[in-house]
Design a protein around this ligand. Structure first.
Ligand code: NAD
Length: 261
């Protein structure tokens, strides 16, 4: 059987997990045809390891006619290339979900995918449970909250950092607001919150809290929804961000699997 053509947008840590999983036999239905990345040297090195074509432009990548493009680059990359990818015949698996906090952009991407008979897959990334969130929100209006724990160090280069944060001795709340407000302040840190919001009450109505914890390692998220009949309380801890790369492998497996989870 002819293999599906997979291409990667971004040659960083997470897409390396995807490429390696393919090489290690987790995705036998796919072949990696090419990669595009803003640092061309990085793309060249990546392509040598994973045996595919390095591309200097998105047009070059699209000329390889990929069926699927897995994005692990940045919110800007989704804004810049999302439409081009879908219009040129590929479906898109997204990790930089923060791009979709902008309602107008989200609607535009949805429409382009529909018009071109393509799909946008929102990978579960570092969280999950989107199935129960979607299902519960069908049954009745729901309220949704997501809270996250982070190390003070991980907030260092963000607007949430303030003097003394590195020396805190107990948990300190550093943000409370809607997920839409969170993505404006922390464009690269709250992809999971936007994904959770899109699957539940929407970015403007899903509340987010971020707590800094001394000596905390990794990420921990708590997702709570409450509807008339259904309540959830999901806790997801991950030591590293690798879970996000593996969630893309899972999406790619699901796409070809006779049994879909
Ligand atoms: N949804 C989730 O749960 C989740 C979890 C972790 C990370 N992420 C997101 O996934 C993305 C990738 O994470 P990573 O750890 O692999 O990052 P990384 O920095 O290791 O790799 C990203 C690569 O993409 C390239 N890139 C960035 N912007 C680009 C652009 N506009 N055009 C072309 N190339 C571009 C960079 O040069 C870099 O090589 C980030 O946006 C991150 O915020 C999402």
């Amino acid at each position: 059987m002819e293999k599906l053509k997979l291409a990667l947008l971004g040659c960083g840590h997470l897409n390396e997990i995807v490429a390696k999983a393919l090489m290690d036999g987790y995705l036998p239905e796919y072949e990696l045809v090419g990669v595009f990345e803003r640092d061309f040297n990085k793309a060249v090195n990546f392509s040598k390891t994973y045996n595919c074509t390095p591309c200097e432009t998105i047009d070059e990548l699209m000329s390889l006619k990929p069926d699927y493009i897995a994005e692990a680059a940045s919110v800007e990359a989704i804004r810049e290339y999302g439409e081009i990818i879908l219009r040129n015949g590929a479906s898109l698996i997204v990790l930089s979900i923060g791009a979709f906090a902008d309602k107008e952009f989200y609607e535009q991407i949805k429409n382009t995918a529909f018009m071109n008979k393509r799909k946008v897959y929102i990978a579960s990334g570092a969280v999950g449970g989107f199935d129960v969130l979607r299902t519960a929100s069908l049954m009745s209006p729901i309220t949704a909250k997501i809270s996250s724990k982070k190390s003070p160090k991980s907030l260092k280069k963000t607007p949430l950092y303030k003097e003394g944060l590195l020396d805190i001795k107990e948990s300190e709340q550093v943000f409370s607001g809607t997920t839409k407000e969170a993505i404006e302040i922390l464009p690269t840190h709250v992809n999971v919150a936007v994904a959770t919001a899109l699957a539940s009450a929407g970015p403007e109505n899903t509340l987010m809290k971020i707590n800094a914890l001394p000596d905390f390692v990794g990420d921990e998220y708590k997702i709570e929804i409450e509807g008339e009949e259904v309540k959830t309380d999901l806790n997801i801890y991950s030591k590293t961000s690798d879970i996000a790369g593996w969630s893309v492998v899972f999406v790619l497996q699901n796409i070809v699997s006779p049994i879909v989870f």
